[in-house]
Design a protein around this ligand. Structure first.
Ligand SMILES: *Cc1c(COP(=O)(O)O)cnc(C)c1O
Length: 362
């Protein structure tokens, strides 16, 4: 088997055992005589799949009973619109922390629906850090505060114990690129959303975890499909869901459960990230671009000190089976995305290559 180490930011690496199960169950799922792709989403077999996926996710994240789990479509990007459409309702105000491109896109979209305000931004230093805020920075009348927990492009994150203090306001979080990577207390959030294709499964499904009382606020002229209540009342089956993507997410959740849940993967992730950051910090050849205390466990952007070498680094790594290391076009250099499914062997192989490349180009 000639699999590469895939450092793509998304769609990204999936656990090999999950892919193997998907292969095994492809032609004849659990004796039903057909593949999951061919099933009616109203069938008993599929009901078990989607209910199983939800129940695993609830267990993994300790999602309280007063939260709904929705499997939607349209990517995290559609949530940039759905959130203000449904939740910018009482005072038409929402406060934003701008920590990168995705946070900014969420802000720009919300501006179409009401009074969206930037409370803090790290744009002044190309989003290399998480801005500090205090409770009094936020408007007491804001319908919600929006943050992007892990900044996929710039490699920064709000740590579980470093969420902004917003008092009694509702916190809404884009967790697309770090959901299930370490323990966050769901009850601190009003709504969490995440596109599947970074840390959960294939593209096509977006998980929304929403507190009950926020459902049903959309106004009468809201397009039916964009109202959370429609999807909540129909248990994510208002129309055909992303059946196969949800199935694979369910397999990934099971894989995580078998591993020991979030505490287990968190430890693995911290070790993996530490190994790579330690190597970068101790080398005089590479530079990590994110501020140390705000670093992501999932996305590790770095450059060669001599930036003329970045392109050669990416090209040579590619040939060695270390692929998709090119940084996002807005930042350049390299980015190693080391999601849950990236094995430690991938980190070791990357560090070996980095050592070799540095030796040859000093
Ligand atoms: C990838 C990403 C998005 C966009 O996700 P889509 O599912 O492609 O819409 C949004 N936010 C973050 C943090 C991301 O990493």
């Amino acid at each position: 088997m000639d699999r590469i180490f895939n450092f793509s930011a998304g769609p990204s690496v999936l656990p090999v055992p999950v892919l193997q199960t998907a292969v095994k169950e492809m032609l004849n799922y659990h004796g039903y005589g057909l593949s999951v792709m061919e099933m009616s989403h109203r069938s008993k077999a599929y009901e078990e799949i989607i209910e199983g996926a939800e129940s695993s996710l609830r267990k993994l994240m300790h999602i309280p009973n007063n939260y709904k789990v929705l499997f939607l479509q349209g990517g995290a990007t559609l949530q940039f619109s759905m959130i203000p459409l449904n939740l910018m309702k009482k005072n038409q105000q929402a406060d934003f922390l701008i920590t990168g491109n995705w946070a900014n896109k969420a802000y720009l979209e919300a501006k179409k629906f009401g009074d969206a305000q930037i409370i803090a931004s790290s744009k002044d230093q190309n989003f290399s850090y998480i801005p500090k805020t205090q409770k009094s920075d936020f408007r007491e009348t804001a319908d919600y505060v929006h943050i992007c927990v892990n900044n996929t492009i710039y490699g920064t994150r709000f740590k579980p114990n470093g969420l902004p203090d917003i008092g009694n306001l509702d916190l809404i979080a884009d967790m697309s690129s770090n959901i299930l990577s370490e323990e966050y207390d769901v009850s601190k959030f009003a709504l969490i959303y995440a596109g599947a294709q970074k840390n959960m499964g294939p593209a096509g499904v977006t998980v929304v975890i929403i507190r009950d009382d926020l459902i049903g606020q959309a106004s009468i002229d809201t397009p039916t499909y964009l109202d959370y209540k429609i999807h909540a009342d129909a248990d994510s089956m208002y129309n055909t869901p992303a059946c196969y993507s949800i199935y694979v997410c369910g397999l990934v959740f099971k894989w995580l459960e078998n591993l020991g849940g979030i505490p287990a993967i968190e430890e693995i992730n911290k070790n993996k990230a530490q190994k790579l950051y330690d190597y970068i910090d101790n080398s005089d050849f590479y530079i990590g671009t994110a501020k140390t205390e705000d670093r992501s466990l999932m996305n590790v952007p770095f450059i060669c000190k001599n930036s003329d070498l970045n392109a050669a680094f990416i090209a040579e790594a590619e040939k060695k089976g270390l692929q998709n290391l090119k940084g996002h076009r807005s930042i350049g250099g390299m980015r190693a995305s080391i999601y849950n499914a990236m094995p430690v062997e991938g980190i070791d192989a990357l560090i070996l290559f980095m050592q070799d490349f540095a030796k040859r180009n000093h």
